[in-house]
Design a protein around this ligand. Structure first.
Ligand code: OSB
Ligand code: MG
Length: 358
């Protein structure tokens, strides 16, 4: 019996600003969903950001969608007719799955049926205020920490020089770049210039709405393209692969509407032998626990954007996640997500909350 669903808006300081081609985040803001009733609470984290830079969805909007539509639909037992709003749906789904699994003493990893207890991980480095010199230092630090793959955020004006400098210093590492849709089909020359650097992939160079132009670009490149923003469902992944718009897929449970659709998207990749990996959205420990469980499925053949808590936050919302030797992270083994928010942290980081009853 669900007795209520609580929405919480939390803000956590980041260890350093995270700059991408679509904006800078200096703190992490997230909507959390808590399902209350008999038995343990279930927790979900919405991956939306504070503004509609990465996707149409953003926190204030996700809050209203949950408050006025998704949660009332669920509590009243009505079929929800909400179209889109995948990140908001994913947060609610995560909380319901967590509660169900905690009640049954089953971990998310077991529930998903995966065998791996640890997964290789990488790190995504924002565009540094100190330019290329700072970037090369940061890459060195993260390699020393043990990360298995380095991803550089790029944008027009911060691309070729950055990649050249990092490649010069580290010729053999697994290196990729992510443009977050910052380039246009009218001028793909900066992307084509990256083709000779042995990159593992080039992530989302063009618009999130443009599979066709990605297909045209992929045909001119040796380096695999990877799509992130463009893939909102398993069907999108199948279409993108069918038309040759990419050769690698970044799977984020929030972007595709939840863990269930993420597993389906993973199936599309696995069946075709296409490499997939688990993306990240600077999640707190709650969302990261879900990402680790997802990333333990067999089709996630490349290191994910899942880093230790210390790479994101001075203080995480949960017990901190740590990097293991060899650039591995443990998949939580406790019931449900296998983590809980620490109550005093949660209290300190919550800026708004609302309990919705049936
Ligand atoms: O494009 O993968 C992205 C963070 C916020 C929004 C979009 C992206 C990212 C990252 C961070 O790259 C990955 C992480 O959580 O470590
Ligand atoms: Mg990306």
């Amino acid at each position: 019996m669900i007795e209520g669903i609580e929405l919480l808006l939390v803000r956590l300081p980041l260890v350093r600003p995270f700059r991408t081609s679509f904006g800078t985040e200096t703190e992490k803001e997230a909507v959390l969903v808590r399902v209350l009733g008999d038995g343990p609470d279930g927790w979900g984290e919405c991956v939306a950001g504070p503004d509609p830079g990465y996707s149409e969805e953003f926190n204030a909007e996700a809050w209203v969608t949950l408050r006025d539509h998704l949660v009332p639909d669920l509590l009243s037992g009505n079929v929800s007719l909400v179209r889109g709003h995948r990140m908001a749906k994913a947060a609610l789904e995560m909380a319901l799955i967590d509660r169900d699994l905690k009640g049954r003493g089953v971990s998310l990893r077991e529930h998903l049926g995966s065998q791996r207890r640890e997964v290789p991980v990488g790190v995504s480095i924002g565009i540094p205020a100190g330019g290329v010199a700072e970037l090369v230092d940061r890459v060195g630090e993260h390699l020393a920490e043990g990360y298995r793959r380095i991803k550089l955020k790029i944008e027009p004006g911060f691309d070729l020089e950055a990649v050249r400098a990092v490649r010069h210093e580290y010729p053999d590492i697994l290196l990729s770049v992510d443009a977050n849709a910052a380039y246009t089909p009218a001028d793909t020359s900066p992307i084509e210039a990256l083709d000779g650097f042995g990159l593992l992939m080039i992530e989302q160079p063009l618009s999130h709405e443009d599979l066709w132009e990605h297909a045209r670009l992929q045909a001119r490149l040796r380096t695999p393209l990877c799509l992130d923003e463009s893939i909102r469902s398993a069907a999108d992944a199948a279409a993108a692969l069918e038309m040759g718009a990419c050769r690698i897929i970044n799977i984020k449970q929030g972007r595709v509407g939840g863990l269930t659709e993420a597993v389906r998207t993973h199936g599309v990749c696995l069946r075709r032998g296409v490499p997939a990996w688990c993306g990240g959205m600077l999640e707190t420990g709650l969302g990261r626990a879900a990402n680790l469980a997802l990333a333990s499925l067999p089709g996630f053949t490349l290191p994910g954007d899942i880093s230790a808590s210390a790479r994101y936050f001075p203080e995480d919302l949960t017990e901190p996640f740590v990097l293991r030797p060899g650039g591995m992270m443990a998949v939580p083994s406790g019931p449900g997500l296998g983590v809980e928010p620490l109550s005093e942290r949660l209290e300190a980081m919550t800026v708004e909350s609302l309990l919705i009853r049936p």
